[in-house]
Design a protein around this ligand. Sequence first.
Ligand SMILES: [Zn+2]
Length: 131
Amino acid sequence: MCHCLKCQKRTGSTYSVHAYYAREALTIAGERSSYTRAGDTGCFITFRFCPTCASTTDWDVEAMPDVVGIPVGLFADPSFPAPKVAIFVPHKHPWVSVPDDVPQNPGHSDGFLKAAQTTLRARRATSGPSA
Ligand SMILES: [Zn+2]
């Protein structure tokens, strides 16, 4: 679950709950619109959503090319497992509870930050020198 302010704005809620699936294990069908923005690391995130109802359907994170993010609410399944980590907890609304056994991070995990740095270095290397 992510408590960052951008997820709050994107979802229209107080946090995002999502799961990541191996890209090769998914088949996503149907018309979708998309928009891309830079995350706080500078890596891009491309969100896709239903052009009729505007529900977010999935997203790609440039720093995690092998997985696809899916909002848990899309499953409409109250038995879906609880989140495994909470990130950007300093932006958590004070009345929101995180289960006691869920680690709470102030930002991204160290592993994600390392992947983001690698991605940005690779992007700079392929785009060549800038003016
Ligand atoms: Zn977020």
